[in-house]
Design a protein. Structure first.
Length: 292
């Protein structure tokens, strides 16, 4: 029961990240950089303390391949975050979240090519249901040309979903590294990768309120939530995870509608419905992989 509560809380907090990111006053690269910095400090401290407690235990050597995979997975994760927050800058949270949760479906498609996993006819039907839903929720009916539709930012959201899927697939190969250490490696890599790209002038005019939301996004939405997520993940059944994971998009959409007053039209509502019908078919274990 305690593990379920921790996982549910982590999903609810994940769902509020779009609302908080809009109030930080930062662009995607700077926000992801701060997110990596805060998470590395908090999770690094937690991992260090846990490592001291278990230092007397016999340690199993970790293959170098696992560290390489962790770094590659980290690259995909950071790109995923940058695209995700970039899409939030130009599109409503509801639209971004709906498209972003296509990732499990993309995992299925990539798995069929990379691992030669067979997709059933039913799987293809649900994929096209998701695809149609994505077009509708993205507002394709509101544009006269494809170029106009693509200029809305839907490409950023889809790219975020793609790299989320790549993160999940790469993470499958990491079997021996502890999830907490893996995340510390990835967020630390994010600091290194993004440091040369940060525009420090974006921090000059931030208000106290901005900094409040920035630090919450870094320490709570990233560090604390990842700790709750990983500390509860292995204690839950796949079916339980598959149900609780929907708390994330539900909270995100409710906050968008109630606080930011976003009003999707009828076609977008149909699109949201189709997307979540489609992703409900995806294998439950795919939705239990590492999150943004």
């Amino acid at each position: 029961m305690y593990a379920k509560l921790k996982f549910a809380i982590s999903m609810a907090i994940f769902g509020s990240i779009g609302l908080f990111s809009e109030k930080t006053g930062l662009h995607s690269i700077e926000l992801v950089f701060v997110r990596c910095l805060c998470a590395s400090m908090l999770l690094g401290a937690i991992w260090g303390i846990s490592a001291l407690k278990t230092k007397q235990q016999r340690k199993i050597p970790i293959p170098h391949r696992e560290y390489v995979l962790a770094l590659l997975c980290g690259v995909f994760l950071i790109i995923n975050w940058v695209f995700f927050f970039r899409s939030l800058e130009v599109m409503p949270i509801t639209v971004v979240i709906s498209i972003y949760h296509l990732a499990p479906v993309i995992v299925l498609l990539l798995g069929s090519f990379i691992f030669k996993e067979k997709i059933t006819r039913t799987g293809w039907v649900f994929f096209f249901v998701c695809f149609l839903g994505t077009l509708l929720v993205g507002g394709i009916h509101q544009h006269a040309t494809v170029a106009g539709f693509l200029s809305t930012g839907v490409v950023w959201a889809f790219a975020a979903a793609l790299f989320y899927a790549l993160t999940s697939i790469t993470g499958k190969g990491i079997q021996m590294l502890r999830p907490l250490l893996t995340t510390v490696i990835q967020t630390s890599l994010g600091i290194v990768l993004l440091l040369p790209l940060v525009d420090w002038s974006n921090f000059i005019h931030l208000t106290f309120e901005n900094w409040f939301y920035i630090l919450v996004t870094g320490f709570i939405h990233t560090g604390f939530v990842f700790y709750l997520f990983f500390s509860s993940l292995r204690e839950l059944k796949a079916q339980t995870i598959a149900l609780l994971v929907f708390i994330d998009p539900i909270v995100a959409i409710l906050l968008d509608v109630t606080i930011l007053n976003y009003r999707p039209d009828v076609y977008q509502l149909i699109g949201i419905f189709l997307v979540f019908v489609g992703i409900s078919y995806s294998p439950k274990q795919e939705r239990s992989l590492e999150r943004a």
